[in-house]
Design a protein around this ligand. Sequence first.
Ligand code: 6PG
Length: 257
Amino acid sequence: MSVPSVLVHNNAAVLAEAVAARLITRLVDVQAARGSAHVVLTGGTVGIATLAAVAATPARDAIDWRALDLWWGDERFLPAGDPERNETQAREALLDRVELTPSRVHAMAPAGAGLTAEEAAEAYAAELAKAANPEDHGPVPSFDVLMLGMGPDSHVASLFPGHPALYEEERSVVAVHNSPKPPPTRVSLTFPAIQAAREVWVVAAGAEKAQAVHLALTAGRLQAPAAGARGRQRTLFLLDRAAAAQIPPGLGRIASP
Ligand SMILES: O=C(O)[C@H](O)[C@@H](O)[C@H](O)[C@H](O)COP(=O)(O)O
């Protein structure tokens, strides 16, 4: 797993724009090299703001949207179209504004569609496995970029401190109950799935995330799940100054004056 690099931006607005620019460039480069790309989206304030920034950038059309596979790191187990679903918010921010291939938009099953959260997790794991190639050496594709928001308790996706999902080493997707962040029921990638990504980007803004960032860079993943957010080739912590206030000295690089 790669050692994290930390990039610090002036504020949350600049952070979202910078992550959007980085995402566009990364996807264009990957598609130039391989013709297609896999990206994992995240819910949360910065995650959705990043998608909105991509939508507002003319450079977005440098991406071949029809050759892009979109996945989610987690989903709130709510009825289809619920405004609190990560998919709903991603569609409003970006996905409904670009020409995607519908079969390559891999949303996690909603509540009320005949599946329990456990069955939705199993279905998503099967969809991931179907998309994996032999060279991926595992049950999920080698995601080119896997983005993760991070909570003040250092959770990523729906992997919360003290929850059983942190200990999952076999399955790629699990159901999560009694989430401390509403709604209580969710579906989430596990650490094995997250760590299959070529690049993992943890995006966080705000003073309330500063301690979680510190722990994510210094503690273990059971205490700070974001400490398990590591990519095979690259791990980036993309932060604003407020969230970076407690990073160990010499780790962060200020990306904007
Ligand atoms: O479903 C979710 O809620 C997200 O996937 C979650 O992991 C989120 O990214 C973090 O909680 C950060 O959210 P904020 O950026 O809004 O604090």
